[in-house]
Design a protein around this ligand. Sequence first.
Ligand code: SF4
Ligand code: SF4
Length: 89
Amino acid sequence: MKINLAVSPGTTKDCKTGNWRVYYPLIDHEKCIACGTCARVCPEGCVFPVKDEKSKKIYFEKDLDYCKGCGICAEECLVKAITMELERR
Ligand code: SF4
Ligand code: SF4
């Protein structure tokens, strides 16, 4: 059986998909405890750890080229380190 898809599976990384976002997640690096929950729940897989070379602290950031602003990361962050902010383009 032939299945017609608009996109092929596994091509998310080939297409920047964040351009229709209305809200974006703002991550408070001071509050972040680097638990990684946001990275695990993000449906786009666009949240990643960053190491501050000066303080050696690890926090998480998002790739806005792929973030769709769904807000799941903010909803699931246990310490409320993520707030959804209105895009101003
Ligand atoms: S869920 Fe919150 S505390 Fe955990 S890594 Fe993400 S921003 Fe940091
Ligand atoms: S708002 Fe949604 S798509 Fe964007 S980083 Fe959070 S979970 Fe991922």
